[in-house]
Write a protein that binds this ligand. Structure first.
Ligand code: FES
Length: 114
C-alpha cells in the first residue's frame, strides 16, 4: 500500500495567479513578495499555505489572489494590497472588501441550478 503524504492542518489556503497577464514578467514577483511578507510576520506554511496557479480566467482584473475557506477572490493586487490582505484578512480575519472581485457562495447543493 502506498503511503499518503502528510498535510498539516493549515488555516488559510492562498492561491495567487502566476499566469502570463498577472505575472507578465514571469518572475513571480507577487508570489515571492507574499511569501517573504508572511515569513517576515512569522506566518509559516503550517498556518497559511500558498500556491501559485496558471490563468484563473479573469485576466482583465489581474493580478488575482483567492483565499479559502472564505472563497474570496481579490483583484488588481499589488504589493501594497498584499500587505493589506495579510494584515487585515490573514491575521485579522476580516475580508478587505474594496479589493474583492468575487466571493463564492456554497449554500446551493451540488448539481442544483444557480
Ligand atoms: S493570467 Fe491571471 S487571471 Fe489570467
Amino acid at each position: 500500500m502506498t503511503m499518503l503524504p502528510t498535510i498539516v492542518n493549515y488555516q488559510r489556503h492562498v492561491i495567487i495567479c502566476a499566469g502570463k497577464t498577472c505575472d507578465s514578467t514571469g518572475d513571480r514577483t507577487l508570489v515571492h513578495y507574499l511569501k517573504s511578507e508572511l515569513e517576515a510576520r512569522g506566518i509559516g506554511s503550517d498556518r497559511v499555505r500558498v500556491n501559485r496557479a496558471g490563468c484563473l480566467g479573469v485576466c482583465t482584473q489581474g493580478a488575482i489572489m483567492c483565499i479559502y475557506p472564505e472563497a474570496v477572490w481579490y483583484c488588481r493586487i499589488d504589493q501594497a494590497s498584499i500587505d493589506r490582505i495579510i494584515d487585515t484578512h490573514l491575521i485579522g480575519g476580516d475580508v478587505v472588501t474594496d479589493l474583492v472581485m468575487h466571493r463564492n457562495q456554497y449554500d446551493a447543493p451540488m448539481g442544483s441550478q444557480p
